[in-house]
Design a protein around this ligand. Sequence first.
Ligand code: URA
Length: 434
Amino acid sequence: MTALPPQVMIRMKRDGERLPHAAIRAFIAGVTDGTIPDYQAAAMLMAIFFRGLDAEELTAWADAMLHSGDVLDLSSIARAKIDKHSTGGVGDKISLPLAPAVAACGVAVPMVSGRGLGHTGGTLDKLESIPGFRVDLSVDDFRAQVDRVGACLIGQTDRIAPADRKLYALRDVTATVESIPLIASSIMSKKLAEGIDGLVLDVKVGRGAFMKDAARARELARTMLAIGRGAGKRVTAVLTDMDQPIGRAVGHSVEVEETIDVLRGGGPPDTRELTIALGAEMLHLAGIDAGRERIAQALDDGRALAKFRDIVVAQGGDPRVCDDPRAVLPFGDEVALGPHRPGVITGIDAEKIGMGVLVLGGGRRRKEDRVDHGVGFVLLKKVGDRVGPGERIGTIYCRAPGPPPAAISLLATAFEIGDEPPAPEPLIHEVIRA
Ligand code: URA
């Protein structure tokens, strides 16, 4: 079938007709090479926003986005190649301990990560708080490091899924981001371009997440699983809680410091548990059983930390971060944050904490903004903890002349304080295996 004119395709989708596979391929090719102008691409996005894509259209749309650029060939690496992707959260530093822990268990981890935007943090920004750490390796260096060290963490190149780059920018300014088929195809096209055998998706649910309720998170997970299945990949989705921040640290240096604690066998229980649970699913996709025990062992016996050191050295970073993070990482001035009343912490609004750190200078409002790696927030109390008069609920890391009032207000009001502890929420809601 030859390509249909864009306005014909837009009308078909607007009226609820199915788009033919070849026409979808031609449309995405036209978006990528610029022959389809932004106004027609935007009209199509809005039509998809309202009408959705059925299973066949979705597979074709995601496949066309995936092949709009380079698909990395990692077939020269004999071991199973498994990655993890999180839909984004607050204090979500899990990739940092996870990649070395999984690599220490014999699985190759090629990880192409993103930067933070809005209230959520990004893995690349956290890694760049380590002096010298480079995330802009060439594809050849990336492949060589995954083979030699077992894991490599880099940023997306211009050549990976360029159609998504264009469509995402358009969605951002045309109110078409919150569409499950568009989110799923955007994420999966980038991940499948990494040349992986399998993928674990950490789909965040809660007020700090994109998907605020479990039903929509489940639908997103199932949609991504369907795309993975269509591409012949092994994919597992884990729905995890994002009501309160993960662990205690939110920011860049502070999250690397927490990572080192986890890699030493310690760290906050939820950060460790997520590392173990997601790591076990990655090992399972690689055909390795008893994953929980293996990952826990690698964290406890120093192999995961040794692997992290190898990654840091291979990517030009200062390995002393593994021994004494405070000696190497930038940290701002410490300011204590107290509670607005004594009592029991009944909730912590993760989005407000993320916004508070953004206002301190640790986040981006626009893609081109620079982040300050030395600012952040460390929660000393989490949901269910008691806070007495004169006690701290957290430590702010900030620059002179001190935290802006807007940051203090966001961080302080994020803590909801009552008299009775709330019923505990599970950290892991559901595991969906293909
Ligand atoms: N992350 C992505 O990469 N794409 C989306 O559409 C949403 C989140």
